[in-house]
Write a new protein. Structure first.
Length: 85
């Protein structure tokens, strides 16, 4: 059974790269606009965090969880923190 994406897509993915960080992704024009959040996610409403813009990702990337292959952009383990789709 193939997972279907409900639209619009919003996802936060835990990314175990060189340093642990979180990837924030929002659907826009059938792609995922993406930002890396290098520190722990905000714990309170109104708490601010740095978000670094990173390259857009294909919409299907919202379903990915697992190991990004060595030699690939963002190579590391990627897990879900939260999804809304």
């Amino acid at each position: 059974m193939t997972k279907q994406l409900a639209r619009p897509v919003y996802v936060i993915q835990e990314h175990h790269a060189t340093r642990l960080h979180w990837d924030l992704r929002f659907e826009f024009n059938n792609t995922l606009k993406s930002w890396a959040l290098p520190k722990i996610l905000p714990q309170k409403i109104g708490e601010k965090r740095l978000a670094v813009s990173v390259p857009d990702h294909p919409i299907e990337y919202a379903l990915f969880e697992g190991q990004i292959p060595e030699g690939s952009y963002g190579q590391a383990k990627l897990a879900f923190g939260m999804r809304d789709f």
